[in-house]
Write a protein that binds this ligand. Structure first.
Ligand code: SIN
Ligand code: MN
Length: 234
């Protein structure tokens, strides 16, 4: 069994403390390695699989310039339209179906992670992405949430499951230096406050690195966000 796996299975109090304390990459950007124990990873991965292959399935968005994204996406709570980069209640850029609701447990999990970072997040949407072995995502900012949410620095909480990703995290300008890091299964990553509009992306997936207990290949990434801080979801 690889060493990391043993650590996550039998994490003692000090290892767990380190995981929960997180590592600050920049003010407002915190990495919580292996935040989710294996059992929680497995339950969440099962839920993601059921959602993305469900009645309102994940699909590969085509973006503004006409290019296809390199992920399979399913939005929950609010739909992000890849054609105009706006949120909407139905998938007008794809099949016209209503966006499925955000599961309460996703909202709770995001709030729990934000609390640990000393921030507030009452998520009203999740973008669930599935990366196969060729999946990737170019450097971009998450800036389509409401102006009030962005101005308040309400964080984005990201949770990774399955194969490891090589993740880039940069600054507020595209040309700023970027830092490469690995996001592994169970990791949480949060960027809010002064880091809310930092550029980030995924350069590659490391196939075969998912914990075998998850029974999956590829990677799920959930980003939980709060579009609206003036009219939070009930
Ligand atoms: C995203 O930037 O929306 C996804 C990031 C990731 O997959 O880790
Ligand atoms: Mn993003």
């Amino acid at each position: 069994m690889p060493r990391r796996q043993i650590a996550s299975t039998v994490a003692g109090p000090s290892e767990r403390w380190r995981q929960l304390a997180g590592t600050a990459l920049a003010p407002g950007a915190i990495h919580f390695p292996r935040y989710l124990p294996l059992e929680r990873q497995r339950a969440l991965a099962d839920r993601c699989r059921a959602l993305i292959d469900g009645e309102v399935p994940g699909y590969v968005p085509v973006v503004r310039g006409g290019g296809r994204m390199h992920v399979r996406m399913l939005c929950l709570g609010r739909h992000w339209n890849g054609r105009n980069y706006a949120y909407e209640p139905t998938r007008t850029d794809f099949d016209g179906l209503a966006v499925p609701p955000l599961p309460a447990e996703f909202r709770r999990l995001a709030g729990e992670i934000a609390d640990l970072a000393g921030m507030r997040l009452d998520a009203d949407l999740c973008i669930l992405n599935y990366y196969d072995r060729d999946g990737r995502m170019g450097l971009h900012q998450d800036k389509d949430e409401s102006g009030a949410s962005l101005a308040a620095g309400i964080p984005v909480v990201s949770i990774s499951l399955g194969d490891t990703a090589r993740f880039l995290f940069g600054g507020l300008k595209r040309r700023d230096d970027v830092r490469a890091m690995l996001l592994e299964s169970g990791d949480a990553f949060l960027f809010g406050g002064p880091a809310r509009l930092c550029y980030h992306g995924v350069t590659r997936i490391v196939p075969g690195t998912a914990p075998p207990e998850l029974g999956m290949s590829g990677r799920f990434n959930l980003t939980l966000r709060q579009y609206d801080i003036l009219n939070p979801a009930p």
